[in-house]
Design a protein around this ligand. Structure first.
Ligand code: AMP
Ligand code: MN
Ligand code: MN
Ligand code: MN
Length: 276
């Protein structure tokens, strides 16, 4: 079964709108798909509606930003109830934090000569939630850096010139919110946080103790070695496995929607509970 349970639309930092994403899902023969925008579910209903017309099953999803030990970590909620009041309230809080953070990032970047930075980033966000990649676009437009990678390396990544620490929800809150809205909690791309092996174990132990459900064993850029490590961690901690390209669009992502490598056969796929 061709599955992709992690991607982004223009409702967060993706380049494609929901219609374009579903068209791509069809073109790439996906059978199971989840839209997981950052701290936002505004595109989900439309994705479900359009997916139905293409015989693709769409699982409602979201990628929630959290803080854990001074790291910015992502927890994916899958099969959530998009009408959940608790989820709506928590995502609204995250979105307010994004607005405050954006104002602070903009004022830092103005010190480095980017005029009207907030307005320019908002223009890229087109009324949807504002993310660091929107600022990366401004930095590239203004020729402050040559590409996105440099924008993060010099200005936007943790500890860099325009990084603003944000008090996102805690890991407990994210897992609880996802469960209270009927969903399953998946630790997104565990290898992208620059954790030592000890810290990775600590994070996964905590995640499991807090009743987290699964690990994203395969992401867009995971290596074979990382996949087998994550597969072992799933077995050791009795966690389910998820897979997703983390597709952000044709110019941003090297791995196309649904084109991430297959999950190892020994994994227990998280989606088995949702398909018949
Ligand atoms: P935010 O949620 O607003 O803090 O933005 C985080 C997003 O920025 C991630 O989901 C990625 O899409 C993007 N990102 C983070 N680090 C990098 C990087 N080094 N290069 C390019 N994009 C990045
Ligand atoms: Mn992103
Ligand atoms: Mn992520
Ligand atoms: Mn993502």
């Amino acid at each position: 079964m061709l599955v992709d349970l992690h991607c982004h639309s223009v409702y967060s930092d993706g380049e494609l709108n929901v219609t374009q994403l579903i068209e791509k899902a069809e073109k790439n023969s996906l059978e199971l798909f989840a839209l997981t925008d950052h701290d936002c579910i505004d595109g989900v209903n439309k994705a479900i509606e359009l997916a139905k017309t293409k015989q693709i099953k769409c699982i409602p999803g979201v990628e929630i930003s959290i803080n854990w030990k001074k790291k910015d970590i992502h927890i994916i909620g899958l099969n959530i109830d998009v009408d959940s009041k608790i989820l709506a309230k928590k995502l609204a809080e995250q979105q307010r934090k994004r607005v405050t953070r954006a104002q602070k990032i903009a004022s830092l970047l103005e010190n480095y000569g980017v005029e009207q930075c907030l307005e320019k980033a908002q223009a890229h966000a087109q009324g949807s939630i504002i993310t660091r990649p929107h600022f990366a676009k401004v930095l590239v437009d203004e020729a402050k850096v040559k590409d996105f990678g440099q924008a993060f390396k010099k200005y936007l990544a943790r500890g860099k010139l325009a990084y603003v620490a944000t008090d996102w929800m805690s890991i407990e809150e994210a897992i609880e919110t996802i469960h209270q809205s009927g969903g399953s909690a998946v630790l997104a791309h565990p290898h992208r946080y620059d954790l030592s092996a000890t810290k990775m174990k600590e994070l996964i132990t905590t995640f499991k103790e807090l009743r987290g459900d699964g690990l994203e064993v395969v992401s867009g850029m995971t290596s074979k070695v990382q996949i087998s490590q994550l597969n072992e961690l799933c077995a050791r901690y009795d966690l389910l496995a998820s897979t997703g390209s983390d597709y952000h669009g044709p110019t941003l992502s090297k791995v196309d929607l649904g084109k991430q490598v297959l999950l190892p056969k020994s994994c227990k796929p998280i989606w088995e509970q949702w398909v018949n």
